[in-house]
Design a protein around this ligand. Structure first.
Ligand code: NAG
Length: 390
């Protein structure tokens, strides 16, 4: 049986680990201030160390049991716990670890913050996303390929281009939901919004430093991290310079390995070009599903490279650091109807074909003569269906 002394230590350690759990739930700038080493908080480690030397040894022993990678160089930790370890037999350690793992991030010694449900992603992309056959194909292939590599050479860098409302944020959310247990809320996922996080051009040097720090901390906390830059066309010039070494082929930078990270840049840039290609395609009497990446990609690359500015992620484009362009095509009337149908269904509401038509007719269509594409895609469809509620 567990002696009273051992039971006390157990409680102490559990209390300390509980307290540390809260660190992981802070907001993102706060988190930057508490860099975490691997999965265990530095703050926590220090607190544990501060208690007594014995509790440190206990912690080493415990963390080694829970996370095998923490055992490096601590192999003798259990030996020095001579008097205590017989009391904490493997059986107790197992009970303790499984209890602890209910709150923390370990399942069978894997990282259960990461779920990488490719099947789920495939289903989502093919059923919930409308009018984007190229997105379905490129996102699925690139993500599946990247995640199946045991040791990628460099992080995966995707550029989502297209008009607003075409599904860039929607697909980003899908990805987060299918790769991470907590979706966009995951501590492995960081979303940067240009006008919110980097609003003032004059502070670009500060932003650079913060960004690098943030990216580095997240990757140390979570190897397979996801970084999303929304409104990427508005990023201050040269801000991303700071990420260049990471996005390029480097093994490690200051001993941090970034190669399993995923970067996604969302921007409206190139949207007009994509729309022109689709328009001329439709006018020629061909179906949009026939459009291939080969038809579109050169146009997008060209337009992105031809601009002089270093605004946004243009520089990454020019230096060929983007692995895949993901073109979001403009949505047509029948796609908007499908979005409306999904919105009704997701709220368990009854709908008729007539209602779907009414919602779709609320949107504005461009260009002036053809009126083919919804100017706002499927944006705010779910708010629009409120008109039909009793
Ligand atoms: C993956 O996603 C699919 C569809 O959402 C779901 O049915 C399945 O249970 C998920 N698999 C895992 C392992 O979570």
């Amino acid at each position: 049986m567990l002696s009273r002394g051992a039971a006390l230590w157990l409680c102490l350690v559990l209390l300390l680990t509980e307290a540390a759990g809260e660190d992981a739930r802070q907001t993102w700038w706060d988190r930057a201030a508490v860099p975490m080493a691997k999965k265990v908080g530095k703050g926590l480690k220090e607190r544990v160390r501060a208690v007594t030397d014995l509790s440190k040894k206990y912690w080493d022993y415990f963390s080694c049991q829970v996370w095998s990678e923490h055992c490096d160089g601590k192999k003798d930790a259990s030996k020095s716990l001579g008097w205590i370890s017989p009391l904490l037999s493997q059986q107790y350690m197992d009970i303790l670890s499984s209890w602890y793992c209910k709150f923390k991030d370990c399942c069978d010694r894997d990282d259960c913050r990461i779920i990488n449900n490719i099947t789920g992603l495939e289903i989502d992309l093919s059923t919930r996303l409308h009018g984007q056959h190229l997105v379905q194909e490129v996102v699925l292939k690139s993500i599946r390929g990247f995640l199946s590599m045991p040791q990628p050479e460099k992080p995966l860098v995707l550029s989502f281009n297209g008009w607003s409302g075409t599904g860039k944020n929607f697909v980003t959310r899908m990805l987060a939901d299918q790769l991470y247990r907590d979706g966009l809320e995951s501590e492995c996922v960081q979303v940067f919004i240009s006008m919110l996080h980097f609003p003032h051009l004059k502070y670009v040097d500060v932003y650079k430093e913060k960004l690098m720090e943030q990216v580095s901390d997240t990757v140390q906390r979570c190897g397979q991290a996801l970084f999303v830059f929304d409104e990427a066309e508005k990023l201050p010039p040269n801000l991303l310079e700071t990420l260049k070494p990471i996005l390029d082929h480097y093994d490690t930078i200051k001993e941090v390995d970034y190669r399993r990270a995923i970067f996604i840049f969302l921007s409206n840039f190139g949207g007009n070009t994509i729309n022109e290609v689709v328009l001329s395609w439709l006018k020629a009497g061909r179906s949009r599903e026939e459009i291939t990446m080969e038809d579109l990609e050169p146009h997008i690359q060209e337009i992105l490279k031809s601009t002089d500015s270093n605004f946004g992620h243009n520089r990454l484009v020019k230096e060929n650091l983007i692995d895949f362009f993901v073109p979001f095509l403009p949505l047509e009337y029948h796609h908007v109807k499908l979005c409306a149908r999904d919105a009704f269904m997701s709220r368990d509401l009854e709908y008729t074909e007539e209602m779907l038509d009414k919602v779709a007719k609320m949107m504005m269509y461009v260009p002036k003569e053809e009126k083919l594409f919804s100017a706002q895609g499927c944006k705010s469809i779910s708010q629009r269906i409120n008109f039909f509620l009793p």
